[in-house]
Design a protein around this ligand. Structure first.
Ligand code: NDP
Ligand code: X2W
Length: 343
């Protein structure tokens, strides 16, 4: 059994990791942290886990975590980067769900996250954990930086087109909407039911911190500069991201449906829907799955890709478990063969 630790076990991605790992079969969670809930039983805070765990939340200390084979960081940014150097030195492998190691350039990271990076020496060795792009490097990685939720949905939608040079790389537009759990479990007025419910709004229009991550990932695939106009929105639902992507086609004779189907044919967690079927957030709710549709409305030169994920599963904890499976040589789908919850 792989001995796993979770730092930040009281947040939404932390409890989602617990849900997925409870039935994984190859992992025992031996350490879980929360500063606010230290000393409290996990199944007292999360009764959905009763019968699956006897764990008690502990303070986040390296001495506890270094006994694990793998540690998941389900913490806000600027937490993993304080503890990871010591954990790596102790031989522990790390899957970081936060943004701390996603951006290779420390000065770009600081510009968007507003503080200096405290372990920039690890940025080069961190592997960006999008298995559909980096599977081989993830296998050997000691430190995996899991992609953000919007970046997962958006990159998976653009990649087939950029890899084949079929869209204008400097004119990409992504309009994406997320459920409120994307903002985490901390109390914030903006996330109250009476603020979010029955309404729909854009935010971060002048610049969202996921933009440099999206552009970096797409540039790697395109092999050159890429510019994205990215507008996130807040949906009055709990889970789910729907991204609608627009691009100017550079060729008009490619069968885009066939291209997408071929590109993702062997991917266990990305599905291209048949022509005329469009993805919905509810279909992937609770599942480690990205569903995509591609079309060219009115046969003009604008391609539209629609991409949905559950922000907490393929957008965070499910992708983290997928990365762990790859790192430890387990079947990639172990613990992740989940069907979306309808309704
Ligand atoms: N929610 C989502 O859909 C997604 C989130 N992510 C990323 O995953 C990470 C976790 O997100 P989410 O679960 O939503 O966050 P939450 O705010 O819901 O939870 C944060 C957790 O981190 C712990 N924590 C906070 N500060 C510290 C600290 N200084 N040291 C140690 N632990 C700390 C908290 O516990 P305590 O304060 O008690 O220690 C809590 O358990 C974030 O970086 C987020 O951006 C990524 C993709 C999607
Ligand atoms: C709805 C909502 O507020 N979403 C969050 C996305 C947060 C997230 O998960 O960020 P990382 O993936 O970078 O960790 C936001 O826009 O800030």
């Amino acid at each position: 059994m792989i001995r796993a630790g979770i730092v930040g076990g009281t947040g939404y991605t932390g409890v989602e990791l617990l849900r997925l790992l409870a039935l994984h079969g190859g992992v025992e969670v031996v350490a879980i942290t929360s500063r606010a809930e230290a000393g409290r039983r996990v199944d007292d805070l999360f009764p959905n886990l009763r019968g699956y765990y006897e764990l008690v939340f502990a303070e986040p200390e390296v001495s506890l975590l270094a006994n694990c084979d793998v540690v998941f960081f389900a913490t806000p940014h600027n937490v993993a980067m304080q503890l990871v150097p010591e954990l790596l030195a102790a031989g522990t492998r790390v899957v970081d769900l936060s943004a701390d190691y996603r951006i290779r350039d420390a000065s770009v990271w600081s510009q968007w996250y507003g503080e200096p990076h405290s372990s920039p020496q690890l940025l080069e060795q961190a592997v960006y954990g999008l298995p559909e792009v980096n599977r081989d490097s993830i296998r050997e990685a000691q430190l995996v930086a899991c992609p953000g939720c919007y970046p997962t949905a958006i990159q998976l939608g653009w990649i087939p087109l950029l890899a084949r040079g079929l869209v204008a790389p400097a004119e990409l537009i992504a309009s994406a909407a997320s459920g409120a759990s994307g903002a985490g479990r901390q109390a914030k007025i903006d996330n109250l039911l009476s603020e979010v419910g029955g309404s729909f709004k854009a935010y971060g229009v002048s610049g969202h911190r996921h933009l440099p991550e999206i552009e970096q990932g797409l540039q790697d695939v395109a092999g050159g500069p890429v510019a994205v106009t990215f507008v996130p929105h807040l949906l009055p639902i709990v889970r789910g991201i729907h991204a609608t992507l627009f691009g100017r086609l550079l060729e008009d004779d490619t069968d885009l449906q066939a291209l997408f189907e071929d590109y993702y044919r062997d991917e266990p967690f990305v599905e291209v829907l048949p022509p005329g079927m469009f993805p919905q957030t509810r279909t992937v709710k609770g599942a480690n799955r990205c569903q995509l549709s591609v079309m060219v409305p009115q046969q003009r030169d604008t391609v539209v890709v629609m991409s949905v994920i559950d922000n907490l599963v393929k957008g965070a904890s499910g992708q983290a478990v997928q990365n762990m499976n790859i790192m430890f040589g387990l079947p990639e789908t172990q613990g992740l063969e989940l069907i979306g919850l309808l309704p």
